[in-house]
Write a new protein. Structure first.
Length: 232
């Protein structure tokens, strides 16, 4: 994805970024969407930005659209991403604090008042079994009174029949566990796991980690925005 972001930034256009999955038909990600302005953002993202306070960590910042919007509104923002090319683009776009680092890297030790994970922030966990690991890592980075703003989607609609019944294998993996592979200019990236979590399960996982989860707003496509705080 970093190559596509870099091409779009330099040339104003990019080749098609193909998205492969064993669960879905092949799709394409419009790179221009990663450069959207605050006005062009979906409602849940706009709502998330209105809730931001204090020093912000933007996780998986991509092309930096959220970090730029917040920085323009006067917030101190640190944007992190694992793609060096994405980080180079964010720096070129004027984001003042950019670091190419994995969220789980121990060199990332600062504390933040708001941790932002948008565009299905739960995806970083990869598997349901790793969700507590993600939540506990985020908890380590929270300053006193801090919040996590994270979005996800409930994929149950994919398995829902017209009569309301569900075609879900209860003995199989959690239905929100997905695998993806990006293809850009015929170069295939490594396959990776991505996690979509229903709000009930996210709330329960937070409770197990000493966190409180509040569903702030639900979208029209089974998506939702959650605010997570440390249990008092």
């Amino acid at each position: 994805m970093g190559s596509a972001i870099s091409d779009y930034y330099k040339n104003g256009r990019a080749a098609h970024l193909r998205v492969l999955s064993s669960m879905f038909e092949e799709d394409e990600m419009p790179i221009a969407h990663l450069f959207r302005s605050e006005q062009e953002m979906p409602q849940l993202e706009k709502r998330a930005l209105t809730l931001v306070r204090g020093r912000v960590l933007d996780v998986g910042a991509g092309a930096g659209c959220h970090a730029i919007a917040l920085q323009e509104n006067g917030f101190e923002v640190k944007a992190i991403d694992i793609s060096p090319l994405s980080c180079d683009v964010m720096k070129a776009r004027g984001i003042e604090d950019v670091e190419c680092v994995n969220l789980f890297d121990t060199q990332l030790q600062s504390k933040f008042d708001t941790i932002l994970l948008l565009m299905n922030g739960t995806g970083i966990a990869g598997k349901l079994s790793r969700l507590p690991l993600l939540l506990n890592r985020l908890k380590e980075l929270m300053a006193e009174g801090a919040q996590i703003l994270i979005d996800s989607s409930d994929l149950k609609y994919i398995y829902e029949n017209e009569d309301g019944s569900m075609d879900i294998d209860l003995g199989g993996n959690y239905y929100g566990e997905v695998d993806y592979q990006m293809v850009y200019k015929n170069v295939k990236g490594d396959s990776f796991d991505w996690l979509y979590v229903d709000p009930t399960l996210l709330t329960a996982s937070c409770e197990q980690c000493g966190l409180k989860c509040e569903i702030i707003e639900k979208g029209e496509h089974y998506d939702y925005l959650a605010q997570i705080t440390v249990t008092k």
